[in-house]
Design a protein. Sequence first.
Length: 115
Amino acid sequence: MTTEAPPEFVYGLAPVNDVDANTKAINRLAQAVEQLTLTIMDKGLPANLQAVQPPALAALPPVQTVTSNGASAGVCPVHRVPWKMVPAGISKKNGQPYEAFIACPERGCTQRPPR
């Protein structure tokens, strides 16, 4: 590493003497990274360092289609959760049968998917 005095301005920021301790620390780190990068570019990667493979990315969720009103076809537009299928049954309130339907799983939400 070089022993040169740090420049008065680091990366176009305020003068080094007029900044707080955090900014000085960030400027020192930026200088160190720059010096390391230039050293690696000149001499190559040291033998004791090996290139690290980035971790494998998880699969993305399926793409949701958007309806003409801007709501996603597969999720509640208010809560952004997938619709749930409610099977046909008999109402506990009035005893009347009802057909199966799709609704938001959040309690009290009255949103329904577009037809």
